[in-house]
Design a protein around this ligand. Sequence first.
Ligand SMILES: N[C@@H](CCC(=O)N[C@@H](CS)C(=O)NCC(=O)O)C(=O)O
Length: 204
Amino acid sequence: MIDLYYAPTPNGYKISLFLEETGLPYTIHPINIGTDEQFTPEFLAISPNNKIPAIVDHEPADGGEPISIFESGAILLYLAGKTGKFLSQNERERIQQQQWLFWQVAGFGPMLGQNHHFNRYAPEVVPYAINRYVTETQRLYKVLNTQLEKTPYLGGNEYSIADIATYPWALCYEYQKINLQDYPAVEKWLENISQRPATKAAYK
Ligand SMILES: N[C@@H](CCC(=O)N[C@@H](CS)C(=O)NCC(=O)O)C(=O)O
């Protein structure tokens, strides 16, 4: 059984998407980041950076003590290794998938997070910041679109943890002041992933 420490945010959905795809049994532990539950000592013991998602796997593959993991990229890599799913066994394909996974966790997620902040949550309008993060978001969508014009999924022909990590952020394109019609390959990819039964289950 896996304990998933979760809030319904793009980073949270990454893990529920993976777990729904694979059917691994899991229990959701909601963490209300609006009321600072991420700062409780119990949660910090699992996720010292005070952010969701985090997991505790009570049945790790090595048969040892329960293992706790924070950072969505590390969790996805762990779960892909545990299940043998959504990360290719072929080295060249795996490198493609991993580089797009890291592109998401190091760039697409953090930049779009700043976009969300200045467009939706900042207590004052800061035109410089809005322009900076919307412009960077547009650049990243162009990169994403260019890749998805070449291959049906980010890391090639197979759905992988790179897509799982990127989809929940791109789904929020309206928050980000992105006109999806400017990125037709992204639009098609979003529609494709949204039809997967596991995607529907995760968002339900
Ligand atoms: N790099 C982290 C980012 C996680 C993250 O930003 N989580 C947000 C919600 S989407 C959070 O927990 N925020 C609470 C806080 O910053 O106090 C990951 O990929 O897991």
